[in-house]
Design a protein around this ligand. Structure first.
Ligand code: IVH
Length: 661
């Protein structure tokens, strides 16, 4: 096969697999196999730059840096939806539609989630991605072609052959909630400003002048409307075709002729929205039949055939009585607004977080202000803004205390926060202990915040080891503590003494080390002694461990006090279980393997696992240090390299024989 043909074949294969992965969530090959094909394509393209196809997956990395976005006029305006806020209003919509259409017996609706992202329109010519634009004012948007090209689930070439010659598809660009948390964590770690919510993060990422940055953001496109609905009999037909052509469409879609069923769908979806992958801000109800859609037409920029049902906003206004400052276990000062109690969505709210010093500066919330607060789902309520014309005359900007409100030491500014650096600060000690005993850490049942508070105030405990020095007699000196409760607590303390390494690491409350990072450390370092002697080099290259995490870990384990405390905890009977090693034999100790090609008997991941279980190492490229190359069908360039360097090759059978000796 010549290079041109192979390039085309690779591009089509890779596009197919990325569709399986991102759109269908049902991959057919492993990540490693994908990477290998991708690398082969990159290599071929570098040898033949004139043969690079415009829809090659290598074109998704972003390259152009723009100075501004060009304006584009939409061929067909991007409409918006009118809203309803309750069932009665939805029934009015239904009546209106029925009245306009006359007695149409086959009226059917589709209900879909209203995704909370950024509306985008994408154009294809002969199935190839050519252009993308934001909604803008509906008539004129901005050209964001280069950025949308980098979105992983946007096909650069539509799949199949039955697609129209010219095609424009519209939808929402979003960042899934989990990805948003990760993105913000990294930003925080780098001392950068975080995004307020996934919608802002998606919008900010799409409106980046440097598409290389956009390419790093976890953006997804969900298709939900089409400029040429007449191509399809129904909207559901359009969604189904779009999916076949390689687009992701909203999950949770129903088709029904019953407005009552839509009510149940709406209520269920809103009740469970917390559990959805992406933020939604309602449900969109559309007439399914496209001929009926055209018959209904649109009025004042909104279609008559669709409506958005929005849940009541859980907001309220109240006044700020006080701004308190709380000290966390790492010394970070968090401003908290104490509010005139107010009911929001059925819950009484008295306090709301103001996040950090820089958020508070930005929002400029002051004591005495009337503020709008919002309770989204079940999360802690947030203050959105103050009401300008209700600000009391002569009010002053909130000034952060110069000294720690608890221990009176000077606070220092670190990034977005003010910090109390006194490790003996009582607030910090209490918070650190609360964290230590919490469920995902040492899990000491029955030892809540109130007890910690008393124990610290009365000087019974000052640090983690002190917990393991407590006895029932001491506990019984506290208010309202009988023999039974005291014994229960001592039992819970004793039960916590058998702890897995990851929970123990998490319990230590090291800055920036949450339970996920703790698990990763436990997996890699296996026992606490290794961790105690950790240095920067040991931590380099661990996915998700940036420079701030590394320096936090190194400085924690470099502190003699911290090591002393860990040793004390152990000497008081805490047994930190070693992380079980995945290794079951040492047959391959000291040997390094490279795998190339594919194997029908076993996945490449499985082979890698077998190598590691037997003490060997798996590497992705062939070098002089490679001991063996395991070769499957259709091996890549690694086999040539192995021959060139005279490295021994094995087929799968020979490899299996090697480990079953
Ligand atoms: S259909 C004619 N379906 O909501 C308008 N819109 O005001 C067709 N949106 O910015 C829109 N999820 O981008 C439709 N499942 C969905 C949607 C959706 C979110 C956005 C849309 C527009 C706004 C409508």
């Amino acid at each position: 096969m010549d290079a041109r043909e192979r390039i085309k074949e690779l591009v089509n294969t890779l596009n197919h697999h990325s569709y399986r992965y991102y759109v269908l969530d049902d991959p057919e090959i492993s990540d490693a196999e994908y990477d290998e094909l991708f690398n082969e394509l990159k290599h071929l393209e570098s040898l033949h730059p004139d043969m690079v196809l415009e829809y090659s997956p290598t074109q998704k990395v972003g390259y152009k840096v723009l100075t501004d976005f060009k304006k584009v006029k939409h061929k067909i305006p991007m409409l918006s939806l009118s809203n309803v806020f309750d069932y009665e209003e939805l029934m009015d919509f239904d009546l209106r539609v029925k009245k306009l259409l006359g007695d149409n017996k086959n009226l059917e609706y589709v209900a879909e989630p209203k995704l909370d992202g950024l509306a985008v329109s994408i154009s294809y010519k002969d199935g190839v991605f050519i252009k993308a634009a934001t909604r803008g004012d509906g008539e004129v948007g901005e050209d964001i072609t280069e950025n949308v090209r980098t979105i992983r689930n946007v096909p650069l070439k539509m799949l199949g052959h039955d697609h129209p010659k010219e095609f424009e598809i519209r939808g929402e660009v979003v960042i899934p909630k989990q990805e948003f948390e990760k993105l913000n964590k990294v930003k925080m770690e780098n001392g950068e400003k975080t995004f307020a919510n996934p919608r802002n993060a998606a919008a900010g990422s799409v409106r980046q002048l440097d598409s290389k940055i956009t390419a790093t953001r976890p953006l997804y496109f969900y298709a939900h409307s089409f400029t040429s609905e007449e191509l399809f009999k129904t909207h559901t037909d359009a969604l189904e075709k779009a999916k076949r052509w390689g687009f992701m469409v909203p999950k949770n879609v129903i088709t029904t002729d019953s407005i009552q069923k839509i009510k149940t769908f709406f209520e269920d979806l809103i009740r469970n929205r917390q559990a959805l992958e992406v933020d939604i801000d309602g449900v969109v109800i559309k007439v399914n039949n496209t001929a009926l859609q055209s018959e209904l037409g649109s009025i004042a920029r909104s279609p008559r055939w669709a409506v958005a049902w929005k849940p009541p906003a859980h907001t309220a206004t109240t006044t700020v009585n006080k701004i308190a400052v709380q000290v966390g276990r790492t010394g970070v000062l968090t401003p908290v607004a104490e509010l005139e109690p107010v009911e929001v969505g059925g819950v009484e709210i008295k306090r709301a977080t103001l996040h950090n010093a820089s958020e508070l500066e930005r929002k400029d919330i002051r004591v005495g202000d009337t503020v709008v607060i919002e309770r989204a789902g079940d999360v802690i309520p947030a203050i959105l803004r103050y009401v300008d014309d209700k600000r009391p005359k002569g009010s002053r900007k909130f000034e952060f205390p110069k000294k720690c409100p608890d221990c009176d030491i000077d606070v220092v500014r670190e990034g977005v926060n003010f910090v109390c650096n006194n490790s003996k600060c009582p607030s910090r000690i209490k918070e650190a202990l609360n964290h230590f005993i919490s469920r995902d850490a040492m899990n000491i049942d029955g030892m809540g915040e109130k007890l910690i508070e008393q124990l610290v105030e009365r000087n019974f405990i000052r640090s983690f080891p002190d917990i393991y020095r407590l006895n029932a007699a001491t506990l019984m000196m506290l208010d309202r503590m009988g023999t039974k409760s005291a014994n229960n607590i001592i039992n819970a303390i004793n039960e916590s003494k058998n702890v897995s390494l990851d929970k123990f690491i998490y319990a230590l409350g090291i800055d920036l080390i949450g339970s996920e990072n703790a698990k990763e450390l436990a997996k890699r370092f296996k026992n606490i002694d290794k961790l105690k002697n950790i240095n920067e080099k040991d931590l380099e290259g661990i996915e998700g461990f940036g420079p701030n995490i590394i320096s936090s870990l190194v400085s924690f384990f470099n502190s003699k006090d911290n090591i002393k405390r860990i040793d004390e905890i152990i000497s008081l009977g805490v047994n930190i279980q070693e992380t079980a090693s995945a290794q079951t034999s040492t047959r391959l100790n000291g040997l390094s393997f490279v795998i190339t090609g594919s194997f029908k008997e076993m996945s490449r991941d499985k082979i890698s696992e077998l190598i590691e279980h037997n003490g060997g190492k798996v590497s992705s490229s062939v070098s002089k240090r490679t001991s063996y190359v395991i070769v499957g069908t259709e091996p890549g360039s690694k086999l040539d390299k192995a021959k060139e360097l005279n490295i021994k090759t094995l087929d799968l059978k020979e490899f299996l024989a090697l480990i079953s000796l």
